[in-house]
Design a protein around this ligand. Structure first.
Ligand code: FAD
Length: 403
């Protein structure tokens, strides 16, 4: 496994780092203060600058107007972009649109690509992904209450979802719904594209998360699907393929999430070190002279480096062994990197004292948004028990689910 960075990629990473320094970090506090929707003109202006860099939608192929980066190149870029809460959005590779683009690229019909994928890739529209439900455990994705019933040339969708990230202002949702309740669990659900102007699509509320409702892309909505009627041709892939498509989406997506978290860690680490070196707790005695703070810095450095290497190793396994062969590594990095993120952010906030909790710095935003890292895309406990079960199988112990 080669850890070196090819010069052409390094050039791109340096270019993006400079762009963040000059055009992104300076607007973070303003966007946090004014809200996302009110900041759209400013954000759009920055997106136009990104287009000129040739790195808009970096993960999409050239023919769709993207930068055509490979999976691992995009992972490296994701780390740099993760340094700002605005990074991925400005480069049009933000969740959940990035996952929706990948799924539409892989499973979309020519008509679906034209109608739904192209506007996303061009940054002209946004989308959301509606799987989790308030009344069913999201950690068991084979157990959904939302139903899609076939009625002639239409699907009629009935159900309630929540934590549909970025539904506010989205042009369409990709909805996971049960289409055949009698099929084996992994073949019961399908994914269907539902434009948000379909009668019966109701955005109930943006959910207040740790005191913040957010708006536009920076929000998580509760959505009711009340008899939403969409053409049968809006089905993604085939009937019963919902779970498979979700797995295809989540595997590589976890690498990108983890690399983004490592970017957040690096930013928090830098802020922590700067503060430790400059904040005096007594005349001539900066915080960094205190051993407890030194321990936070040393532990954080080691943990971030170890997490990055593990994630790159998992990406390498995906490239060489495929998703199935890499699943132990993917499970391991998902909970390990999320834990590192939480610890590093917490130490950085603690080092800043009260300042760490304000929106003058991005630390509070990161903390608020990313506590969720241990929950979304599979809670820690699900990944840990799946990994341990597979390991124990190698020792002859068959451990089934606990249900
Ligand atoms: C910020 C954020 C954004 C999100 N965005 C989206 C989105 O865009 N679209 C979408 O569809 N969903 C989204 N989600 C939902 C997310 O995928 C679910 O929250 C997640 O799958 C967990 O489901 P749940 O919340 O129903 O928790 P539950 O399934 O009720 O689990 C609760 C807790 O039980 C424990 N647990 C669960 N299973 C096990 C087990 N087998 N062994 C031991 N312990 C266990 C875990 O600690 C878990 O945290 C988002 C969530 C958050 C927080």
């Amino acid at each position: 496994m080669d850890f070196s960075t090819p010069p052409a990629l390094q050039e791109k990473l340096d270019l993006v780092s400079r762009f963040l320094d000059e055009h992104v970090y300076p607007i973070e506090a303003q966007v946090a203060r004014d809200g996302f929707r009110a900041s759209l003109p400013l954000l759009q202006e920055r997106r136009e600058r990104v287009k000129k860099l040739g790195l808009f939608a970096p993960q999409m192929p050239h023919e769709l107007g993207g930068a055509g980066l490979t999976f691992r190149e995009h992972g490296r870029l994701s780390e740099i972009l993760g340094r700002s809460p605005l990074g991925h959005y400005l480069f049009n590779c933000q969740a959940p649109d990035a996952g929706n683009m990948e799924v539409l690229l892989q499973y979309g019909t020519p008509e679906q690509k034209e109608r739904f994928l192209l506007p996303l890739a061009r940054g002209e529209a946004r989308s959301c992904f509606s799987m989790t439900e308030p009344d069913r455990a999201g950690s068991n994705p084979t157990w959904l209450g939302t139903r899609a019933r076939r009625d002639g040339d239409f699907w009629v969708i009935e159900g309630r979802k929540w934590f549909t990230t970025a539904a506010d202002g989205a042009a369409f949702a990709i909805v996971m719904a049960v289409t055949n309740p009698d099929a084996p669990p992994h073949l019961r659900a399908s994914q269907i594209v539902v434009p948000t102007d379909t009668p019966g699509f109701k955005l109930v509320r943006n959910i207040s998360v740790m005191g913040h409702e957010g708006d536009d892309w920076a929000s998580h909505a509760e959505v009711a699907y009340e008899g939403c009627r969409v053409p049968a041709s809006n089905l993604l892939g085939g009937e019963g393929m919902g779970f498979l498509i979700a797995q295809d989406r989540l595997g590589p997506g976890r690498i990108h999430h983890c690399m983004r978290w490592i970017g957040i860690c690096e930013r928090a680490f830098e802020l922590m070190c700067r503060r430790a070196a400059s904040r005096e707790v007594a005349p001539g005695k900066p915080l960094g002279t205190r051993q407890m703070v030194q321990e936070w810095i040393a532990e954080s450095r080691a943990e971030i480096d170890a997490a990055r290497l593990s994630v790159l190793h998992a990406a390498w396994q995906i490239d060489t062994l495929g998703l199935h062969g890499a699943r132990d590594a993917i499970s391991a990095i998902k909970f390990h990197a999320a834990g590192v993120l939480q610890r590093v952010l917490d130490r950085a906030i603690q080092t800043h004292g009260a300042l760490g909790l304000t929106d003058d710095l991005p630390l509070a935003w990161f903390y608020r948004q990313e506590r969720a890292a241990r929950i979304y895309d599979g809670p820690d406990e699900v990944h840990k028990s799946a990994l341990a079960r597979r390991i124990l199988k190698g020792y002859g112990l068959k451990v089934g689910g606990e249900g």
